[in-house]
Design a binder for this molecule. Structure first.
Ligand code: PEP
Ligand code: MG
Length: 902
């Protein structure tokens, strides 16, 4: 950092000085512009101001020393190269000032185009553009608009309004119908708006425009929507943005000019081929904002064959160079093609798998790299259901399937309403003509997004795909009226609150709620689709990558399951055993009464009778599970939650008793129950009489469970199966607790198992911090540890797991105290440290001690990587997460460099 304080620290890089690996410093856009420049591709000359300069500016509120001089030097070099001066009245050099962070944040930060235009140079520009006054004045009005909004916070609607007024005076809806005089008038109107809001004239000095624009881009890193997007995408808050100053090229110089966005493969399905949108006679932001409807890129072949051919050859070159799907922004200025941006393109989850498989086939990457190119979050998305359609459902409109998935919900028209209804637990579809970055909150809250305008590269489409949200864009049969909170389609009116369904794969829109069907990927995992024989590129790619992950991973993946059905499903999903069979649900339903008797037992023999009645029921439960998991280990956890959970709620009971007493009824039994419930009432039940504490307090309870487990195992083995039970004691904090339970359990097991050959392991959860810190002692009495990261997080942080997420986590997330809830993804530094200590000290005391994790974190991608690093033997997660954990365990095994695959 010391170098940053000196004047000679390098803050500005010419495009010829950078390369694609300098994303930290030059941002994604700058690094890739440099890469393309060095590949000899047609990139408009320019330079990049580093993220370090931005960080320094944001930390101190002023440009770091030396920056202004370096910008000047690079500007002069650029002027020499172009043979023009910035804002020269006769032949102005114009530049764009563009943000570009390390990770792409589409539309979240600012851009100012046409910097260098003023009252004089607009005339020079017109002359240079072949006396094209219209073009020059249009460029100038765009500068004032963007500069006003971005740099000086002039409300954007004021400019929009002024533009609409000119258009309606002209009787048109199309910008292109405005002539030079209209636009000259608009510049005057814009200038007045500027003065009204800023108290000063629009700056005429080109260099001042440039400096202010650069500063505004720096500041846009902390704009509200950018902060929100970063949080959503888990992008660190301290990276800052680079700023690219690029020579302007114009796509709006007439019909032989235009601008477009292209992908080297279909980012929706992964299919090979040319894919993109083109808009003639327009500037780049017109395409991204979805303001005018684009034509498919293939049309360009007809419009400008030589640019089209050149573009295709550049696309092929970029794919080979980046060894991945690239997305590209380009402009054609009077028949000359310019590359404005490229990057490894965002893609849907399905496309990620399909493309990774294709690239292996094409010899561009190997299978380890393919594994690196996909992730568990994408796989989870592919396991979402899709619509089940039959003749009853007819689409009322078809737009563009911009982000796949199926979503039904109540229609809302504003971001705020989406947030409101989502907070009430409702599923909503945000319907807009087009979205803009201010809609981000609503897009996060909504189940799906439906727009009537814009293509696959519109804001709505790009952002939804990034979020994995269902989106249909450009459904132009829909006429959206936001102020009236309704849309009309096919002669019908849909108002706020009505339910619609949208299919982000086909682009179809349905009225009402459409039932959904499971994904093909789930069918493949369940074994009903055979990847070797099915002609489905996605299923084949998933199969290939999963097979590779399974071959590479060191972690075993088990499941949390407490019914035979869950166990069977998880096994089909690849579970290699049960890591947590919670036994508490087995005490509910029609067994409640027995449990009540057990808890309330007063008379001699009453408790024993209740336990004796529960024993065969429990044995049957375990037999079913052992049979489903034949040959695989099954960890059964002895009962854990506080006993009052099995009794009626205190308040309700008190009211019932009072009412019955009032009526003079016999309430002796209810009173006894009420007294027991009162006796057992706890202020902090999660920290009270539960887990091993219960087992030590209620005689015979754990013993009954141990006997049921052992007897079930023997029965399965006698029937020719293989049962591998592991008995797990919950909430242990001291070795003495475990020793006491163990001594009793061992006696029962020895008695039941006899010569059946059944082997029963006894181990413990590590979920109380004290257990983690005394793991060396506890390991003496445990054959395995399983980390209960739910409780370990609760007790490690002192966060009540049932309360805090709703109560105040939003504020902690806002303040960046953590980037994600520690109940969702493991807190590596704190709770993770407890796990490391316990793993190390446990294994030191008992070499070969089996280590697993069965909290919710077992199915969280990032946490799986952590458990791999710590050297656990297995993770256990809910059945649906099993494939995700398998994939991530494979990725963790091949990703030794810890590189980021975002
Ligand atoms: C845990 O605490 O992580 C755990 C798996 O147990 P439960 O969630 O049942 O408390
Ligand atoms: Mg627990």
């Amino acid at each position: 950092m010391a170098a940053q304080e000196t004047d000679d620290h390098k803050y500005v890089y010419d495009f010829s000085e950078g390369n694609k690996d300098l994303k930290d410093l030059l941002g994604g856009k700058g690094a890739n512009l440099a890469e393309m420049t060095n590949l000899g591709l047609p990139v408009p000359p320019g330079f990049t101001i580093t993220t370090e300069a931005c960080q320094a500016y944001l930390a101190t509120g002023r440009e770091p020393d030396g920056l202004a001089g370096q910008i000047e030097a690079h500007l002069q070099a650029l002027e020499r190269e172009m043979g023009k001066r910035l804002g020269d009245p006769g032949d102005p050099l114009l530049v764009s000032v563009r943000s570009g962070a390390k990770f792409s944040m589409p539309g979240m930060m600012e851009t100012v185009l046409n910097v260098g235009l003023n009252d004089q140079s607009v005339v020079g520009l017109a002359a240079q553009a072949g006396q094209n006054d219209r073009f020059a004045w249009d460029s100038y009005r765009r500068l004032i608009q963007m500069f006003g909004k971005t740099v000086c916070e002039v409300p954007g609607e004021e400019f929009e309004h002024a533009l609409d007024e000119v258009k309606s005076a002209r009787g048109t809806q199309n910008d292109l119908d405005l002539d030079a005089d209209d636009l000259r008038g608009l510049v005057d109107a814009y200038k007045k708006i500027f003065v009204k809001h800023t108290g000063r004239e629009f700056p005429q000095q080109p260099r001042e425009q440039l400096d202010l624009a650069i500063r505004a881009v720096f500041e846009s890193w902390n704009a509200e929507r950018a902060v929100l997007y970063r949080r959503q995408e888990r992008i660190p808050a301290d990276l800052g943005t680079a700023v690219n100053v690029v020579t302007m090229v114009f796509g709006n110089l007439g019909p032989d000019s235009g601008t477009g966005v292209a992908f080297t493969r279909d980012p929706g399905s992964g299919a090979q081929g040319i894919y993109g949108d083109y808009l003639a006679n327009a500037q780049g932001e017109d395409v991204v904002a979805g303001i005018r409807n684009t034509v498919p890129l293939q049309e360009l072949e007809r419009l400008d064959k030589s640019s089209y051919d050149e573009l295709l050859s550049i696309m092929a070159r970029l794919e080979e160079h980046y060894r991945d799907l690239c997305d590209i922004e380009f402009t054609i200025e009077r028949g000359k093609l310019w590359m404005l941006q490229t990057r490894v393109g965002k893609r849907t989850a399905a496309a990620a798998f399909v493309i990774a498989g294709q690239l292996v086939d094409e010899g561009l990457i190997d299978e380890d790299e393919a594994l690196h190119r996909v992730n568990g979050a994408q796989l989870a998305q592919l396991m979402f259901p899709r619509f089940e359609l039959d003749h009853e459902f007819e689409a009322v409109a078809t737009g563009i399937g911009a982000s796949p998935g199926a979503a039904s919900g109540a229609v809302v028209f504003t971001s705020a309403r989406a947030v409101e209804l989502a907070a009430e637990g409702k599923s909503v579809i945000l319907v807009r003509r087009e979205t803009n970055p201010d809609d981000l909150n609503g897009m996060i809250a909504a189940q799906g997004i439906l727009t009537s305008r814009g293509g696959k590269t519109s804001h709505a489409a790009v952002v939804a795909r990034g979020m994995g949200k269902t989106c249909v864009s450009g459904a132009d049969e829909i006429d959206v009226n936001v102020p009236a909170k309704r849309f009309t389609v096919a002669g019908r009116t849909v108002t706020e609150g009505d339910v619609v369904s949208i299919d982000g794969t086909t682009g179809k829109v349905y009225l009402g709620e459409v039932p959904v069907m499971p994904s093909e990927v789930v069918q493949y995992f369940e074994g009903s689709l055979d990847a070797e024989h099915v002609d489905n590129p996605l299923v084949r790619a998933v199969h290939r990558i999963m097979t590779h992950a399974d071959g590479k991973r060191r972690l075993t993946v088990r499941t949390n399951a407490d019914t035979g059905a869950d166990a069977a499903r998880a096994r089909r999903f690849g579970a290699e055993g049960i890591g947590l069979c919670r036994t508490e649900h087995m005490f509910l339903g029609d067994r409640r009464e027995l449990v009540e008797r057990l808890i309330l037992a007063r008379a001699p023999g009453e408790r024993e009778a209740a336990l004796a009645a529960l024993l065969p029921l429990q044995r049957a439960d375990f037999e079913e599970i052992f049979r489903e998991m034949d040959g695989l280990p099954v960890t059964v956890r002895l009962i854990d939650p506080p006993l009052h959970e099995f009794l009626p709620p205190l308040e309700q009971l008190a009211v019932n008793v009072a009412v019955a007493q009032e009526r003079g009824e016999d309430v002796a039994k209810e009173e006894a129950l009420l007294a027991a419930v009162r006796r057992m009432h706890e202020e902090n039940p999660m920290l009270g009489l539960r887990g091993v504490r219960l087992g030590l307090v209620i005689p015979g309870l754990f013993a009954m469970q141990v006997r049921a487990i052992a007897e079930a195992a023997v029965a399965v083995v006698r029937a020719g199966g293989v049962a591998r039970p592991e008995i797990m004691v919950p909430l242990v904090g001291a070795v003495q607790e475990l020793e006491t339970v163990r001594a009793e359990a061992e006696k029962i097991i020895a008695e039941v198992v006899g010569d059946s050959g059944v082997e029963v392991l006894i181990g413990t959860m590590i979920e109380v911090p004290r257990a983690a810190l005394t793991a060396g002692q506890i390991a003496e009495a445990a054959e395995f540890f399983s980390f209960g990261t739910n409780d370990l997080t609760q007790m490690g942080w002192g966060f009540s797991r049932d309360d805090v997420e709703g109560a105040f986590f939003w504020r902690y997330l806002e303040l960046g105290i953590f980037g994600i809830s520690p109940f969702e993804s493991i807190d590596r530094d704190g709770v993770g440290r407890l796990i490391r200590i316990a793993a190390e000290e446990g294994r030191a005391a008992r070499p070969g001690l089996k280590l697993g994790i069965c909290g919710e974190h077992g199915g969280d991608p990032d946490s799986v990587h952590f458990f791999h690093e710590v050297g656990l033997d297995y993770v256990s997660c809910s059945p649906f997460r099993v494939p995700v954990a398998r994939l991530e365990a494979g990725r963790a095994a091949v990703e030794t460099d810890g590189s980021d695959s975002r």
